[in-house]
Structures are given as C-alpha cells and as structure tokens.
Design a protein. Structure first.
Length: 163
C-alpha cells in the first residue's frame, strides 16, 4: 500500500509523475529507466481540496468522502492526544470547533486544531472553556486573523457556549 497525503499540495510535475504510477504501476526515473511494480500497489490519495486535481488523476481514482467525526469521537481523539485534559474541556472544544466549522470561516478547523486548542488551554490550566480563555487562545484553533474576526463578530460567547 502507498499513501500519498495531501496530493492537492503537490506541484503539477508530481501530479504528472503520479499519472504513470496510477496507470501503469510504474515510474520512470531518467537515470535508472522505468521501474515496474511486480504487484500493483493499492494507492490512497488524500486531499484537503486546496486546489482541484487534474481530471486525468481523478479518472484513475475512486472517490470516498470522509466527513468530520461526530463530537464524541473528536473528544476521544483529543483526550488521547492531550491526556491530562479534562473531559469537560474536550467536550466544550469539540462542540465549539463544530460550530466554527459551520460558520463563515475561510479555513474551517479540523481535529488537529481541536487538539492544539485543548493543548493550549490545558497548558494555561484551563479545565473548562470560557469566553476569556477562548479569546486568548483563538489563534490555536483559527489560523487566519480574518477567521478570528468572523468568529468574534458572530459572537464568541455563542460559538463557545452554543447559546
């Protein structure tokens, strides 16, 4: 099996290289020639849709959408990655991140940002999410200042507390 993570971040030359691999289970290296797999590998491509992939690549792939996990699963993941964090904090952050994803932000936060946010809050000794601590650590979950302003304008209290 071969994993090519975030293919949409690769340059177009790599995408052209990938076409040969997907079509023929082979790669051509100018200095070495063509190397063909004895058994075609199962290849998994992931994409965050930061740019559209070439139609030729998409034609060679099966498409499977994996949605964000539900809040309960996010809590499990966060608590595993930030073991000292409180259950209450993890639940509140998972719910707040889900509300942020549903808002008008340009870069919706994912699980990695939820983990970062809980880690930042935990480092500050926070065991439950409040507006003040959320505001102080908003940069750990929203990476663009414009997104932070969108959330603040929409009402940080509502985003954090769900009211």
């Amino acid at each position: 099996m071969l994993l090519i993570d975030e293919i949409d971040r690769a340059d177009e030359d790599f995408e052209a290289f990938l076409l040969e691999l997907l079509a023929d289970a082979a790669v051509t290296i100018p200095e070495l020639g063509t190397i063909k797999a004895t058994h075609p590998p199962a290849i998994v491509l992931t994409s965050n849709r930061t740019r559209d992939l070439h139609d030729a690549v998409k034609r060679r792939c099966l498409y499977y959408w994996i949605d964000y996990p539900d809040a309960g699963r996010v809590v499990e993941i966060v608590r595993r990655r930030v073991p000292g964090s409180s259950q209450t904090l993890a639940v509140q952050v998972a719910n707040a991140v889900a509300r942020m994803r549903d808002s008008d932000v340009q870069k919706p936060p994912g699980i990695a940002e939820a983990i970062d946010w809980v880690a930042a809050l935990d480092l500050l000794g926070v065991d439950h999410l409040e507006v003040e601590s959320a505001d102080r650590t908003l940069g750990s979950v929203l990476k663009y200042s414009e997104d932070q302003e969108v959330v603040r304008s929409a009402g940080l209290r509502e985003m954090v507390q769900g009211k």
